[in-house]
Design a binder for this molecule. Structure first.
Ligand code: GSH
Length: 237
């Protein structure tokens, strides 16, 4: 690395802070985007069990959800994983473009990003949240609905992936950043049906991606905090 490159790297490191937790699936989505391009950032792990950490996160994003990126140079806090990835692609673009230049392809990427967030991550989160609740507060109907949504999504993704390598566009994109953690945790709480070979093959491609392998390696020490930890497949433990 030249002196100029080292200076640039230091400047970017000073510029971006990521507020996150290594186990959290929406944080994984942004970590994949950062690692795909080797974008330097300062990590700030938020421990939600500690009030000062909760307050710090609430200060930068009212809803107190992570991930949030702080761009110190532009004096901006950017919440919401999809908006963060769009921001990174615009201001910190690397060799892997996460939003395609072609407008129609970009629309497709945004659609599949929404599908993975709304119809895979959210139902998965609902099932996990229910498991953390006291049993007399369990929401059986909500969990059954979430499982049914996941099955619908699995069938749709399986059909989609019959003829392509990545979820949208011609190459790896924001849609795949969303897909990797969504399918990772969803597959644990509601296993993929045996017949969905295209879905399984797509998931294998995602988990072989070095960016996502790194995310899983960093999450592993925290797996015991996940209420379905014993159902995580052996190959990831
Ligand atoms: N729509 C948000 C969702 C963020 C989200 O749900 N984050 C979870 C972690 S995966 C969180 O902050 N959970 C902590 C809480 O709700 O207290 C995004 O895309 O960033």
């Amino acid at each position: 690395m030249s002196r100029w490159q080292r200076r640039l790297q230091r400047e970017i490191e000073m510029s971006l802070t990521l507020y996150y937790h290594p186990l959290a699936s929406f944080c994984h989505k942004v970590l994949v985007a950062l690692y795909e391009n080797g974008t330097p950032f300062r990590p700030r792990v938020i421990d939600l069990s500690k009030e000062p950490d909760r307050a710090e996160l609430r200060d930068i994003w009212t809803f107190r959800k992570f991930p949030v990126v702080r761009d110190h140079d532009r004096n901006r806090n950017i919440p919401e994983s999809s908006v963060i990835i769009e921001y990174l692609d615009r201001y910190f673009a690397g060799p892997v473009r996460l939003i395609p230049a072609d407008a129609d392809e970009a629309l497709d990427v945004r659609l599949w990003d929404r599908i993975f967030d709304l119809h895979v991550q959210f139902p998965m989160q609902r099932i996990v949240a229910d498991r953390r609740r006291a049993r007399d507060k369990a929401d059986e109907i909500g969990v059954a609905e979430a499982r049914s949504t996941l099955q619908t999504a699995y069938a749709m993704i399986d059909r989609r992936m019959a003829s392509r390598s990545w979820a949208a566009g011609k190459a790896f994109s924001m849609a795949d950043c969303a897909a990797a953690p969504a399918l990772f945790y969803a597959g644990v709480v509601e296993p993929f049906p045996a017949g969905h070979r295209n879905l399984a093959a797509y998931f294998d491609r995602l988990v072989e991606r070095p960016s996502f392998r790194r995310v899983i390696d960093e999450a592993r020490p925290y797996f015991p905090m996940f209420p379905f930890a014993s159902a995580i497949p052996e190959r990831f433990r």
